[in-house]
Design a binder for this molecule. Structure first.
Ligand code: ASP
Ligand code: MG
Length: 418
C-alpha cells in the first residue's frame, strides 16, 4: 500500500480537484491512503476567523465567505448535487456553534478547534466528489486516528495508540477495495479535543500513516516538478534534485526549506520508506525521491526565510555568556517553544534567529529581561546556502546588510536586513 498527500495548492479549485481525480484514476486497483490539506489558503483564512473570534468580533461574514468558497467549488464539480452541500453545511453549523461559545482565552486550544475545520471541509468535499466520480472511498476522521498529547498547535504523537487505531481501521477498508481519504495536519487527544500538528503538518500526517501501515512509499503531489534547490519564485533558475538521501533532506528541512515538514522524515527513515515528491501537473514524470541513496550532485541549495527575529541577549551584570546563562536562556526558549533557526555566541552576548510568532517571542523576552538585556531586530531574513560556492554567496549577499554570519564546511548562513 502507499500513501498520497495532496497539499492546499493541489486542491485549491475545481480544476485542481479534477486533476486529483485523474491522478487517482492512474492508480486504480492499488491500495491507497490519501491525505489531504485544507483547500488553497483556507488555513490562513481560518487563522483570521480565530483572530476575530479571540477579539470577540462578529465572525459570521467570514464564515459565509469560507462556505461560499467551498460551495462554489462543489457546484462547479457537481452542479446538481445536494448531498455534498448538506455535508458542508453540517460542518458550517459545527463551526458556527463553536464560534457561538465564549472565547476561552486559550489561544492555542481555540486555534486547533477552529482551524481544523479547513481539513474537515476539504476532505468531505473531495471524498464526496470522488465517490460521485466512481472512486470507491471511505472518509476517515484523523482526529480519531492520529492521537496526540494536548500540546495544542503542535500535538505530539502517541505512536502506540495511533498505530493501534490506524491498523484497526485502515487495512480492512483497503482490503474491501476502498481508498481511504483522511485529513492532514489534524489529530485528537484522549479528551476528544482536536489538535493540529503545526503549519504544513499534512506531510507529517502522511508519514505517520505510512509508518503505522508499513507503506511501500509516500508520494507528495505538489505544484513543482519535485524537490528543488531553491524556491523558484525567488530563484527562477532553480533546478530539481533527483535523489536525495534522508540525511540531506533532513538538513534542508532543518534549515527551513519549505519542501517538507521537518518532522516528516524521521518516521520514514526509521522504516526505510521512500518519499517521492511529484508534480500533479505531470504525474508521469519521475519527480524527486528521498530515500536510502547517495547525494548525486552537490549543487548549492538556497533557503530563504523572511520574517525572522534576531535576538541579542546580554547578561545584565556584564558576566560572560557561559554554561549557567546559556542553560537558563535555553530553558526559557523551551518553555515558550521559541524555535531557534541559528545561534551564535560571543564573550558578552548570545544571538539567536527565530521564526516563531513575534507574540510568543515577546512573552519569552519579557521573562528574560529580568536578568538579561535583550535587543531585537524584527522582520529580518535568514538565508542558508548548503554546499555553498563563492558565486552562490555573492548571489545572496550582494548589496545586502549582513547582521550575522555563520559557516560550517557544508553550510553558510546569513541574517540579513530585509
Ligand atoms: N493546511 C495546513 C497548513 O496550511 C496543513 C498543510 O497544508 O500541510 O498549514
Ligand atoms: Mg500546504
Amino acid at each position: 500500500m502507499q500513501v498520497f498527500k495532496f497539499g492546499g495548492a493541489s486542491v485549491k479549485d475545481a480544476p485542481a480537484i479534477r486533476n486529483l481525480l485523474q491522478i487517482l484514476q492512474r492508480y486504480t486497483g492499488e491500495e491507497l491512503v490519501v491525505v489531504i490539506s485544507a483547500m488553497g489558503k483556507t488555513t490562513n483564512f481560518l487563522e483570521g476567523v480565530l483572530r476575530a473570534y479571540s477579539q470577540q468580533e462578529d465572525t459570521s461574514a467570514l464564515v459565509e465567505e469560507l462556505m461560499r468558497y467551498h460551495l462554489d467549488i462543489l457546484r462547479e464539480l457537481l452542479p446538481d448535487d445536494e448531498e455534498g452541500v448538506a455535508r458542508l453545511l453540517a460542518l458550517r453549523d459545527g463551526l458556527t456553534r463553536k464560534l457561538a461559545e465564549p472565547y476561552s482565552g486559550r489561544y492555542d486550544y481555540e486555534y486547533d478547534q477552529i482551524v481544523s475545520f479547513g481539513e474537515l471541509m476539504s476532505t468531505t468535499l473531495i471524498s464526496h466528489f470522488l465517490r460521485c466520480s466512481g472512486i470507491a472511498n471511505t472518509w476517515l476522521n484523523a482526529c480519531e486516528l492520529v492521537m496526540t498529547d494536548n500540546t495544542y498547535r503542535e500535538g505530539r504523537v502517541d505512536w502506540q495508540c495511533t498505530g493501534d487505531r490506524i491498523r484497526r481501521a485502515v487495512p480492512a477498508l483497503l482490503g474491501q477495495h476502498q481508498i481511504v481519504i483522511t485529513q492532514g495536519f489534524i489529530g485528537g487527544t484522549a479528551e476528544q479535543t482536536r489538535v493540529t500538528l503545526g503549519r504544513e503538518g499534512s506531510d507529517y500526517t502522511a508519514a505517520i500513516f505510512a509508518y503505522c501501515l508499513d507503506a511501500e512509499r509516500v508520494t507528495i503531489w505538489k505544484d513543482v516538478p519535485g524537490l528543488l534547490n531553491a524556491d523558484p519564485k525567488r530563484f527562477p533558475d532553480a533546478v530539481k534534485l533527483d535523489e536525495i538521501p534522508y540525511q540531506e533532506a533532513l538538513e534542508l528541512s532543518y534549515y527551513g526549506a519549505s519542501v517538507i515538514h521537518p518532522k516528516t522524515l524521521k518516521p520514514l527513515q526509521n522504516k526505510h520508506i521512500p518519499l517521492h515528491v511529484k508534480s500533479f501537473f505531470h504525474p508521469e514524470d519521475a519527480g524527486s525521491m528521498i530515500g536510502d541513496c547517495v547525494l548525486s550532485t552537490k549543487i548549492p541549495s538556497f533557503i530563504v526565510k523572511d520574517n525572522q527575529t534576531l535576538l541579542t541577549i546580554f547578561p545584565k551584570d556584564f558576566s560572560f555568556v557561559a554554561e549557567e546563562n546559556l542553560s537558563e536562556i535555553f530553558s526559557l526558549f523551551a518553555k515558550y517553544r521559541v524555535r531557534i533557526n541559528m545561534m551564535q555566541n560571543s564573550a558578552l552576548s548570545f544571538s539567536v534567529c527565530t521564526g516563531t510568532d513575534l507574540e510568543r517571542v515577546k512573552e519569552c523576552v519579557e521573562e528574560m529581561q529580568t536578568r538579561y538585556k535583550v535587543k531585537y531586530n524584527e522582520h529580518v531574513t535568514l538565508v542558508t546556502v548548503r554546499h555553498y560556492t563563492p558565486e552562490s554567496i555573492r548571489r545572496v549577499t550582494e548589496g545586502r546588510t549582513i547582521l550575522l554570519r555563520q559557516t560550517s564546511r557544508t553550510t553558510i548562513q546569513y541574517v540579513l536586513l530585509s
